[in-house]
Write a protein of this length. Sequence first.
Length: 162
Amino acid sequence: MKHLAELLEDQRVAMLTLAEASGQLSSRPMTPLELDAAGAIWMFTSRKTLAHDFGVQPRAVNLAFSDAGNSTYVSIEARAHLVEDQQRKHELWSAMARPWFPGGEDDPDLVLLKLEPQRAEVWNAPDSGIVRSLAIAASIAAAKPVGLGDHEVITPSGAPLR
């Protein structure tokens, strides 16, 4: 989880995907606020837009991060649920959230979304565009995959699966 925290440290936007009641997949951009000591990812969300998708039971969701500049991509399978906790809202509140929640941390539309990662996949490619281009050219010439990067699967226990 420490490795995952390092990868996500500078990420400001993620795409959250969930299956709607109809079975259709729906994605929306979200801002992760914190990866806590237990490994949970916390976000603010709108009660109006997500509450109808969440019942009492946690929902399976996917959270995808893309850092093209560093050629790092992360996909997290998580259990998500809405949390009503005024103290946590206060701890996580930032003026950057005010455009979406003009009533501040007491806005009636503001609710917390807690995501508990079950599995994460990470793809890392060489940082340099020149190195990536050379690897792709070599792969084309050799007609087989060559050094395009690493892929690993991380579980909450921290044991990477390859």
